[in-house]
Design a protein around this ligand. Sequence first.
Ligand SMILES: Nc1ncnc2c1ncn2[C@@H]1O[C@H](COP(=O)(O)OP(=O)(O)O)[C@@H](O)[C@H]1O
Ligand SMILES: [Mg+2]
Length: 512
Amino acid sequence: MKGAVGRICGDASPTEFSFIVFDPKSVRHTDYIKAWNDVDGWVMAQVVDIKATSDISESEILQGRNVEKELYLAKAVVIGKRDERGMLRIPKTPFVPGENVFKAEEDLVVDVLGLEKDGIYLGLLDDTQIKVNLDLNSFVQKHCCILAKTGSGKSYTAGVIIEELIEKGAPLFIIDPHGEYATLKEPNRNEGELERMEIFGVKPKGYSNVMIYVPPNSPFVDRADGVLKLDGTNLTAEEIVELAGITSSTSQALLYQAIKNLKDRNYTIEDVIQEVESIKHNAKWALLGHLEKIVEAGLFNENPTPVNALLQKGKAIVLDMRGIPPEHQDLIVSRICHKLFELRKRDDVPAGMIVLEEAHNFIPERGMGKAVSTPVLRTIASEGRKFGLGLMVISQRPARVDKNVISQCNTQIILRVTNPNDINAIKRGVEGLTAEMVDEVRRLPPGTAIVVSPELERPVIVSVRVRKSMHGGQAVNIIEKKRGFFKAGKKDKKKDRGLKKREKSFFEKMFG
Ligand SMILES: Nc1ncnc2c1ncn2[C@@H]1O[C@H](COP(=O)(O)OP(=O)(O)O)[C@@H](O)[C@H]1O
Ligand SMILES: [Mg+2]
């Protein structure tokens, strides 16, 4: 029969069958195919295995290949067909040996898998021209995670999704520890990527509705659109301990005492200092030193940036925290997310999404580190969707991210992962991944993702599209290498200043 790629053979059931492949080059692992079922008509299946066999004897093998006698046998698992109500139906009667097998056409694949006609365009279904669009609302409001080892395309994929969300007008707040997202403003100029744009049907584009905020102690204040000044009132003792790195238990005890004395009113860090000064204890001087350092860092301001500026209709706000110490980053994230969630609950900011890069630093798995931002992020993960506040959690160490947070994510995007602990975390946290898919995760080439979502009937393999805007990841790597290089000679102030100059001119060349 015309167009057939194979024929069913051997034992066939309603849920799986094997077929002889006519042309071994035309049928591949993970291909979508269709076969006729006497009761249900055309039903879609997926190739899960292909084997080459031959019935020539071992002595004949010594003569070399005998193409006439080669046989290619594929195994297919039935996915089903949509009934009149749009429900997926798996046949109850077996497929019949001798029936022809065909490639599934685009409409059938889109319909059976549950892909959207419109939505967040992530890329092409592996080895096809079929666009993978994900449902916008479920994406923004029900959390998503992107997990993969370093260099496999997490930030790039996040960039693709962010572009789509910006175009749909979804308010975004992007927590960017490495300063990789400022380049969303610039159209893609990467030659290799420009060449591949036609395949994906995209054109270069920069986004002018992206705004870059930096903390006041950032080395990049001069090129930001705004400085994020934090409200420093009523810092908890835990926050101060982490912020200042206070390890001495005596200092901690004095701090708890001082804050307890202040408890009934709103207090600033200066009030805490005054309170500690009034304590009669020799250990107070060490504590005061720590507290002064917090003041000097200049994170806090009497006129803090209104947090409702960070989640706005039609805007993506990037909080670029490059060059900010981790303990400051953690506190900033904690304070901002806490306030954003409060505002969202009162409907004082629109529904939107918080993008969290390096999530393992902010919501570590229990027993794998501590962060003051953890409680609020856990709350947003478990309650955010009720209030229309979504999270996009990105991490290269799935095993080190709070596993509850990963399992709360509706859409899970997994790129290449090889570390056995991380693979185990993915097996635990991602429902619906078969053992075969888990094996696949180890082999995924860069830029290829497995996407799991309740809206999709099966996990799908997606070749992530090229970015319309410039990807910032690579540029940052170069800057960080330079910084690392100069760290060795840190005592030399001249060199330090030289570094700042170099970073500036480099940045300006790239993005300025
Ligand atoms: N879908 C893609 N298309 C083209 N290049 C990609 C794609 N995904 C990743 N890359 C390339 O791989 C590099 C590493 O990706 P990146 O997202 O920065 O990795 P990480 O997982 O460490 O965040 C990028 O600089 C980019 O060149
Ligand atoms: Mg990255």
